[in-house]
Design a protein around this ligand. Structure first.
Ligand code: LLP
Length: 423
């Protein structure tokens, strides 16, 4: 089922015409479908029936409070990587006991606040961090529940920059060293080892790397538990891939069967941390056409969204399918290079998109933009940010207004000892 579809030639998000939203919120605007997110959550939850498992939505994919709330109301916990994300998740209504906290660089103050709040578990990435958490927790008279992130040395993910589970990646400790680190953890005050964690990469559309990594983790888990480490949880990370163009998104039923197959008899509660899979296809980025530009060699379409709005194409070479908001009957498609307004050659969404002839003021939608879109926006070139809108059936709300450029520099301060420029 698709939640973005044409009615009488006009793109709709659920029941709302996209041009109406663009008129109300301005462009560029991210549009999220609540029904699409719920459908994804429910199909994954259903695929896990019979397994002892919980889903902690990876907030980094889209941290808008309304998005977190939509998934939290379905029962999702939150996977976070900073105090800021923990605070957002909590503010959106996620109970502290449903929040896991990962990340290679946790600061002392972040650790302190997370302990104070009473989160479910810290996913610890190094022995140094383990000792740091122990010290802080002991000084507070608390005990930190800790899952050790292991590096299973298995590569996966659509792009080198989003593969995280190979030897040499900065994440976790080598799986062969887990016993030693958890042995030390058991002797430290302020630490309660509760589990193992792994996350091998993102945008993975095959089951094999997951199965291989999970089997390896299960082996380590059994061995450690057998030797007396009181493990109760195996956190499998996220990484489930979605459709940007013609990829086949990961099938939740097949994923669930694989989990049963590989981990069915493991005495552990499973934690899943999907981000992209829950929200990517539930979002589009609607941009206005500034100019169709005819150059000697090529035909460009210049949009009011750029790498400051959606960084993925410039950063990972990602290609998001682009749709015209209004379809034109009988108009033959042209091949155009779709670019943003930023002064960088890398500010290009992609070459040779087949689109009908478009004029200044027309709208286009970049699809599968609900994950790692708005969260990676920047103020580069001092262009205003995109608005964010949540659709739910016939209803919609602006869940983040466009940030005017004046607000971007409202916090800048000019020291009064700097000389004044000439008038
Ligand atoms: N858990 C951990 C520990 C992670 O590092 C990540 C993502 C996730 C869960 C969620 O992964 P997902 O289910 O979304 O694949 N900005 C990049 C993606 C970076 C992913 C970082 N870690 C992109 O736009 O493709």
């Amino acid at each position: 089922m698709t939640f973005f579809h044409y009615r009488a030639g006009l793109l709709h998000a659920e029941d709302v015409p996209v041009d109406e939203i663009a008129a109300a919120a301005g462009t560029p605007v991210y549009i999220y479908s609540a029904a699409a997110m719920r459908a994804r959550y429910r199909s994954l939850a259903a695929a896990l029936t019979g397994l002892r498992a919980r889903i902690c939505y990876a907030v980094k994919a889209n941290h808008n409070l309304a998005v977190i709330r939509t998934l939290a109301a379905e029962g999702a916990g939150a996977d976070t990587v900073s105090w800021g994300e923990i605070a957002r998740a909590h503010q959106a209504g996620v109970a502290p006991g449903r929040i896991v906290y990962a990340g290679v660089g946790k600061g002392d103050d972040e650790i302190r606040r997370a302990l104070q709040l009473g989160i479910l578990q810290f996913n610890v990435e190094s022995v140094e961090e383990m000792r740091r958490i122990a010290g802080i927790a002991a000084a507070m008279g608390r005990v930190a529940p800790v899952a050790l992130r292991i590096n299973p040395d298995i590569g996966a993910g659509a792009h080198d920059k989003i593969s995280t589970g190979r030897k040499g990646d900065k994440f976790g400790v080598a799986y062969q060293e887990a016993g030693q680190v958890l042995g030390e953890a058991m002797r430290l005050p302020g630490i309660q080892p509760v589990g193992l964690h792994l996350h091998i990469g993102s945008q993975i559309t095959e089951l094999e790397p997951f199965a291989a990594a999970f089997a390896r983790a299960a082996g380590v888990y059994r061995e450690l538990k057998g030797s007396g480490v009181p493990l109760e949880r195996l956190d499998l990370g996220g990484g489930l891939g979605v459709r940007y163009n013609d990829e086949t998104p990961l099938d939740p039923v097949a994923y669930g069967l694989m989990l049963r197959d590989v981990l069915g008899d493991l005495d552990a509660e499973l934690v899943l941390e999907p981000g992209r899979w829950l929200v990517a296809e539930a979002g589009i980025l609607v941009a206005g056409v500034l100019y169709p530009k005819m150059a000697e060699e090529r035909h460009f379409l210049v949009l009011d969204a750029g790498m400051n709005t959606l960084l993925r194409p410039a950063m990972y070479g990602a290609r998001h399918a682009i749709l015209p908001v209004r379809r034109q009957d009988g108009a033959a498609d042209q091949l155009v290079d779709v670019v943003g307004p930023i002064c960088e050659s890398s500010d290009i969404f992609g070459r040779a998109y087949a689109l009908p002839p478009l004029e200044s003021g027309d709208l286009v939608a970049l699809t599968s933009a609900g994950a790692y879109g708005a969260v990676m926006m920047s103020d580069y070139n001092s262009r205003s940010s995109a608005a964010e809108v949540l659709i739910d059936g016939p209803d919609y709300a602006i869940v983040k207004a466009m940030r005017p450029v004046e607000e971007q520099f409202a916090d800048d301060r000019i020291p009064d000892w700097l000389p004044h420029p000439p008038s």
